[in-house]
Design a protein around this ligand. Sequence first.
Ligand code: ATP
Ligand code: MG
Length: 449
Amino acid sequence: MITTIEQLAQAFRAEGSTLYGIGGMVRNPLLGLPVSDYDICSDMAPERVKALAVEGGIAVSGAGEQLGMVELRVGDIICQHTTFRRESYGDGGNHRPNHVEFTDDLTKDAARRDFTVNTLYVNILTNEIIDPFGGLADIEKKVLRGVKKDTMSRDGVRILRMVRFAAELGFAIEPDTFAAAKAGVEGLRDISPQWIRSELNRILLSDAKYGNHGLVGALEQLEELGALDIILPEVTEGRGVGQRREYHKYDVMNHLFHAAAFAPAELELRLAALLHDIGKPESLNTTGRMYMHDKIGAEKAEGVLKRLCYPASAAQRVKELVRHHMYDLRGEAREATLRVWMVLRGRDTVRGLIALRRADVLGSGIETGPVATADRWERVLMDMERRGAPFSEKELAVTGADIMEALSIPAGPKVGSVKAGLLLHCARVPEDNRRDKLLKIARDLVNNS
Ligand code: ATP
Ligand code: MG
């Protein structure tokens, strides 16, 4: 029974093959960073890898088999084995080579990879590192460099991976590699929305991966490359759209970059911050002002996320956050009004809006200190939570059945409106969320209606 990668490597050796680790598995330890997944490779053909795994009692799946990839569960870890291969690409950048040929030549396998620092192979049994394209020197210099001259034009995903790795690792992008990506940026049009979404997510959360804070830089790079015009044209529409100098240092687009970086590292909040003002260019065009940009922006944000195949729940949440991001901008709402607003929006949306308000204000590039409205909302929310305020009808101390029975009313819309009334009441007086108290208030509500 094979339970470790070393044992797997021994089984490969018994068959005359050398097993290597590749990618992050080699790169990250050299940088003192944790390994996030296990990519292994050798010259062994996929069918033989599978047969060997089955003999060794390892669970196998053949994901990506046509490209020679086999997934193996070794002990607790999942490894992806890819057979050394060379690839050729047709025109366009659609991330799918039109021809794949297995090879026993490691250097040829290396040549189809993306960056020199991702082209380090470690012999699992001897720990010897093989470095065909100078990846060790680039790790030393903290530079991301394409493996070959045409690397960046072969596959549009590499353009996003380049920006993502630079942000995650805190690396500079070698100028010729950047220029090649820029020249080949149209290749991104051939990439499926799912791939774009997946890389965009990783870029937006790049600081959470290893603690390097490069999100603004990454978004600026995407813009400079022309990639943002392709994947998020709604954001680049804000390029050069000026805002009132006393509140904003940046144009709308750059404000969105900075707001995203100030949002907590939670995907939907980052998306909401990145998209919150995308309604501004249109509202400016149609009204000459920025009125209703929250409403226009909410619809647009939903459209963006649908186009990129985000789950409906994410699109809804981001839409809701964008829709309400202008609420009580000056902090003038009465506290009772705020409480009711919070119950209507729901706890989760309110928490998101607090984070978004902070990101919005700090992302203006003018204010640096505490954000008064967000701080106040947070105090009110905490007070409501401490006093046990219900934020949904489910959290009320009475059910619809309780109300029907105590008030002798039949099922119907009236029960719903009583529940809604009770919820609003408890927003103001959370302590009343008790069965006896609520039934009494319910009676008053029915009698007075
Ligand atoms: P991470 O630590 O984030 O997993 P990684 O370098 O291991 O980083 P993976 O996406 O796991 O990246 O891919 C493994 C390896 O496969 C890469 O290091 C690279 O050599 C190669 N690779 C992956 N995607 C591409 C691509 N689109 N073009 C060329 N090579 C690629
Ligand atoms: Mg990996």
